[in-house]
Design a binder for this molecule. Structure first.
Ligand code: GDP
Length: 197
């Protein structure tokens, strides 16, 4: 007999996202210290969510919540805490393969993290050869103007080369962080529409 839980949408890592509303798996990638944890806590917090509850389902490094983008609901599952420096190769590859979309973070105050983002983009292309996997290159910590090591135009040029979107954010000031998540949802919707067409 069918219980209500049988109708729960499958989110296994090999399947396509189940519907236009998700849940979509979004992976945060980037060197240590660029702001992945800060991004995840803004996501998990109440700001800008449809309801004022905290994260609906947060287990270990995974947080799932519903947000509204352009008047339409979408559910995002955020996968966080991927650590380029300490995680095993298996864990890294697993992360590279499980996302529907990726936020590729660097810090504008740390050129090495910018170079790391380029390396990660190349690795990602190996695991995600599909052309329309949404990726946004995120230059975080844009509040730290005096410590800037990577210019806006360098970030933009890098994104153009890597065929992805670009945004500068400040998790500390909560500036553009939701814009990045919304951008991911818009790209996921566009991709879905082009597949259905
Ligand atoms: P992670 O290693 O990528 O998870 O990086 P964290 O989120 O732990 O951030 C590393 C450090 O940078 C912490 O001390 C954060 O408070 C700080 N940080 C993160 N985002 C920003 C930001 O946008 N601006 C500033 N000034 N500091 C930030």
């Amino acid at each position: 007999s069918w219980s209500s839980s049988d109708s729960v949408i499958s989110t296994d890592s090999t399947g396509e996202p189940a519907g236009p509303r998700g849940p979509y798996r979004v992976v945060l990638l980037g060197a240590s210290g660029v702001g992945k944890t800060a991004f995840a806590s803004i996501f998990a917090g109440a700001a800008d969510s449809m309801d004022s509850d905290d994260c609906e389902l947060c287990v270990d490094e995974v947080c799932e919540k519903g947000i509204e983008v352009d008047g339409e609901p979408a559910t995002l599952t955020l996968l966080d805490r991927w650590d380029a420096e300490t995680d095993s190769e298996w864990a890294q590859e697993n992360h590279m393969q499980t996302g529907d979309a990726y936020l590729l973070l660097y810090s504008i105050t740390d050129r090495a993290s910018f170079l790391r983002a380029s390396e990660l983009r190349i690795t990602l292309r190996r695991f995600r050869p599909a052309q329309h996997t949404p990726i946004i290159l995120v230059g975080n910590k844009c509040d730290l103007v005096r410590r800037r090591e990577v210019s806006v135009s360098e970030g933009r040029a890098c994104a153009a080369i890597f065929d992805c979107k670009f945004i500068e954010t400040s998790a500390a000031m909560q500036h553009n962080v939701w814009e990045a998540f919304h951008g991911i949802v818009r790209q996921l919707r566009l991709r879905r529409e082009s597949k259905e067409a």
